[in-house]
Design a protein around this ligand. Structure first.
Ligand code: 4AD
Ligand code: MG
Length: 463
């Protein structure tokens, strides 16, 4: 056995009349008039291979072990399929059962299983239609992300996962320490002095690679990260994870306008690539998960995003006549309900909001001449709300220091970040796209916990 065998995807695209082997897991088995039909899937594509076993061809005691969930190998001839839905099927005359699955206890067997139930069997759910499709789309979208940036000459940067700085100033970080010991009665601290800790100072799991990747942009010009980030905010929503993947491009010699242009091009191209490469998976999502999916995605590929300032957006919200749960006025942070109203009801397609009040955005964003708003942009999309957050960065040393002081942030710790403005400062901009939010957008899946193989959220670290 070698990994270079033909997968079911290749077999289904082959011409009949050849002898082949097929490996995979049994989706269903049906017996009718002395013929056994087995739907076999190996995850290489959405479609199953239909295997037909005529009575008496295989030993009865072997065929008995072929039930839903079993892992098997069939050998036989690929023949033209009389049935609808596939052009070829496998007429089997040889069988190996690698692993049986007891149909009375196999959890994936359950009819009408809910997403919540499937989440509890995340180690098995990838064998089903929905999660196989999610995984293939996730893989292809990752590849499309790299392709997009690599074709434009961006360098992929690996930023550290452990960090001593709080990029977003949000304060919701997971501490990384070697001072904890598992005592008999729970955790015990070896010392409470950060100087005794592994890094000699408090350290955390990163909330964003941005500060580090800015250093690389001011030397390599166009760069991006694509890696895991962590947030300890205990927001138990369908759009937040404690561990999620973020893509953060950063460009020297780029302003907010250029940043928005890149974001728009990026979303459009990744969506277009996935639509083409994962057509069968997307069709499944459109039929079974979100009936507007194909229409929305095709629309994104073909129409420009709307752009408006935060101030204009607040005006629209105030005059909307809607009764929002959270009232909105100039200066308030927009909630998901506001973002969704803007993109779904007001505009009907993705919208980029710019120039937010400085009070609700991070310290590093470039100040506008009005002294009140910053060169920030958020990309909002229907069904999801915020997909991207980005900005032009403050490249003036004096203004950045003043902002850090104003917010009471530990200026000394930012010495290296400030050095970028001290030595060869350049106008630069970037953004962060939450990969799982993009996955929700691409698949129509309603809960962010279902677009990553093993989700991390409050109270959730099984598997
Ligand atoms: O808007 P955010 O916080 O921006 C940053 O982290 C910047 N440093 C990005 C940059 O300019 N380089 O996060 C960026 C995106 C959000 O728009 C959202 O899509 C996603 O990350 N995101 C989350 N996704 C899942 N779970 C969470 N808890 C998320 N928090 C943010
Ligand atoms: Mg944001």
């Amino acid at each position: 056995m070698d990994y270079r065998r033909s997968g079911i995807r290749e077999l289904l695209a082959s011409a009949p009349g050849v002898r082949v082997e097929a490996f995979g897991w049994v989706k269903t088995r049906r017996d009718s008039k002395g013929i056994t039909f087995v739907q076999l899937n190996d995850g290489s594509c959405f479609a199953d291979l239909q295997v037909v076993v005529e009575a008496g061809v295989l030993p009865e005691e072997d065929l008995k072990r072929v039930g839903t969930g079993a892992c098997v190998r069939f050998g036989g001839e690929l023949v033209a399929s009389p049935g609808a839905g596939q052009s070829v099927e496998l007429k089997a005359d040889d069988l190996t059962v690698f692993g049986e699955a007891d149909p009375t206890t196999y959890p994936l067997q359950k009819k009408g299983a809910t997403m919540e139930f499937l989440r509890e069997i995340a180690h098995l759910r990838v064998r089903g239609n929905t999660f196989g499709a999610v995984s293939r789309v996730r893989n292809r979208a990752s590849w499309a992300v790299h392709k997009f940036f690599q074709e434009r000459g961006f360098s992929w940067i690996h930023t550290p996962i452990i960090t001593a700085s709080d990029c977003e100033g949000a304060g919701a970080m997971f501490a990384v320490t070697s001072l904890l010991e598992h005592g008999e009665t729970g955790f015990k601290m070896r010392s409470t002095d950060p100087a005794d800790d592994f890094f000699g100072k408090p350290a955390y799991l990163t909330v964003s690679g941005q500060l580090n990747v800015e250093t690389q942009a001011l030397g390599l010009t166009n760069v991006y990260t694509f890696g895991p980030t962590f947030r300890a905010e205990n927001s138990n929503t369908a759009r937040h994870l404690a561990e999620f993947w973020m893509i953060e491009p950063e460009m020297a010699f780029c302003d907010l306008e250029g940043d928005m242009n890149l974001a728009e091009e990026f979303v459009r191209e990744v969506v277009g690539d996935v639509l083409e490469a994962c057509a069968a998976d997307i069709e499944f999502f459109n039929a079974r998960i979100e009936k507007e999916l194909l229409a929305t995605l095709n629309h994104v590929v073909s129409s420009p995003f709307e752009r408006m300032t935060y101030t204009e957006a607040v005006d629209h919200l105030v005059n909307s006549g809607e009764s929002f749960e959270h009232p909105v006025e100039w200066g308030s942070d927009l909630q998901s309900e506001h973002e969704r109203w803007l993109t779904e009801k007001k505009v009907g397609r993705p919208v980029i909001l710019t120039d937010y009040p400085k009070e609700i955005k991070a310290f590093y964003m470039k100040m506008n001449d009005d002294g009140k708003t910053v060169r920030a942009m958020d990309v909002l999309v229907p069904r999801i709300g915020e997909l991207i957050g980005g900005s032009q960065r403050e490249d003036d040393l004096g203004r950045l220091e003043a902002r850090i002081d104003e917010l009471g942030l530990p200026k000394a710790a930012y010495w290296w970040y400030l050095d970028l403005r001290r030595f060869g400062s350049a106008p630069h901009a970037g953004f962060g796209l939450g990969f799982e939010r993009l996955m929700m957008y691409l698949t129509g899946m309603k809960n962010i916990r279902d677009v990553i193989p093993f989700h991390r959220a409050a109270g959730q670290a099984e598997f």
